[in-house]
Design a protein around this ligand. Structure first.
Ligand code: SF4
Length: 359
């Protein structure tokens, strides 16, 4: 069950400040480590990449835009090794706090054609809670500079379900984001994970009922503003689905390079170390697991059912008549999908599909 590798993720773990909710693989930006990190990243890429033509490259973090111009230029030069399809989607994540026109010009020069910004919220109360420092002025200025420079595919991340947040706050955030007229919006319900500042401070998640109210509001407003709801938490204007993220939900193969990055190559799921010391020592890999054919199908079910398109039944035989009768799945064109009004309980539905698959 091997598929061609056409996607690549690059992880830049450095951040200027640490957000209270963050459990990603991240480190404080320390200038002296960056060149060493980039040296190792280059070594890792050159030892693994097999010369395939890539359709997506995604630079995530951490905060890639925490790097200075010289460091970013070095990063882009390292990535020049990748062969690229003509219509490649080349994304970089940035934070409004440290993006500059100079960096955006550099992105343009090296072929970045999709920008993803962590916006999260515009409410002062929420931003304080998240330990973020963004102003409307900075966001508005940045988005207009992006447009001036010709970037026409922009994502922002929106976070909701904060313990300090009301439904009105979610409405305000949405209205502000709609005013930016951007192409893609990824939403995240705040989950308080272990080892985060929020968890240490004993902050609790909001009730499921309120979380559901917020999710429903978001879905409704997105539809009213002509955003397509193409994956449980992702919305885009027509034609602007994230090709890179779709590779995950389609269960396609991808390279992942950098600290804590994951790859999916053939039937192998490989996870890199989160230890900077080990990574700088060239001991990149933490775990390398070969999946059985059955496990590959299970991943496919779990991931494909997150999409509005659902899962194709061409290769998989699923006996899910009960779930269809209960209105939890829809069969169409030899596909199965979860109806949009049931996406909120998709985890439960997916578990039942897996139970059926395992007989
Ligand atoms: S949420 Fe993003 S910017 Fe904030 S600490 Fe985590 S990786 Fe860094």
């Amino acid at each position: 069950m091997k598929s061609k590798i056409t996607n690549c993720y690059i992880h830049i773990p450095f951040c200027n400040t640490i957000c209270s909710y963050c459990d990603f693989c991240k480190l404080y930006y320390v200038d002296k480590y960056i060149d060493k990190y980039l040296d190792k990243l280059e070594e890792e890429i050159n030892s693994i990449y097999q010369g395939e033509v890539l359709e997506t490259i995604y630079i995530g973090g951490g905060t890639p835009s925490s790097l200075n111009i010289k460091q970013l230029e070095r990063l882009f030069n390292i990535l020049e090794v990748f062969k690229r399809s003509k219509d490649i989607e080349f994304t970089i994540e940035s934070n409004f706090e440290n993006i500059t026109k100079e960096k955006l010009l550099l992105y343009k020069k090296y072929g970045i054609n999709r920008l993803s910004f962590g916006l999260e919220s515009i409410s002062k109360k929420n931003l304080e809670f998240l330990n973020r420092n963004i102003s409307k002025e900075k966001i508005n200025d940045t988005i207009s500079i992006c447009r001036e420079l010709g970037f026409n595919n922009i994502n922002v991340d929106l976070m909701y379900a904060l313990p300090v947040e009301t439904i009105e706050d979610v409405k305000d955030d949405l209205n502000y984001i709609f005013s930016l007229d951007i192409e893609h919006i990824s939403t995240y319900s705040l989950i308080i994970e272990d080892h985060t500042i929020l968890k240490i401070n004993n902050i609790k998640n909001i009730s499921e009922d309120l979380d559901y109210e917020m999710y429903k509001l978001i879905c409704k407003e997105m539809l009213n503003h002509n955003y397509e709801h193409y994956e449980i938490s992702n919305f885009s204007k027509p034609g602007y689905y994230s090709k890179h993220n779709l590779c995950y939900w389609n269960n396609d193969n991808y390279y992942g390079f950098g600290l804590g990055a994951s790859s999916y190559l053939g039937n192998r799921r490989i996870t890199n170390t989160r230890s900077l010391n080990k990574y700088l020592d060239g001991k990149y890999i933490l775990e390398d697991i070969e999946l059985s054919d059955k496990e590959v199908i299970e991943y496919k079910i779990m991931l494909n059912l997150r999409k509005a398109e659902g899962i194709s039944l061409d290769e998989i035989d699923l006996d899910v008549d009960d779930l269809i009768k209960e209105g939890l799945l829809i069969r169409y064109n030899n596909h199965l999908r979860i109806p949009e009004d049931k996406w909120y309980i998709s985890n439960e539905i997916i578990i039942r599909v897996l139970e059926d698959y395992n007989g």
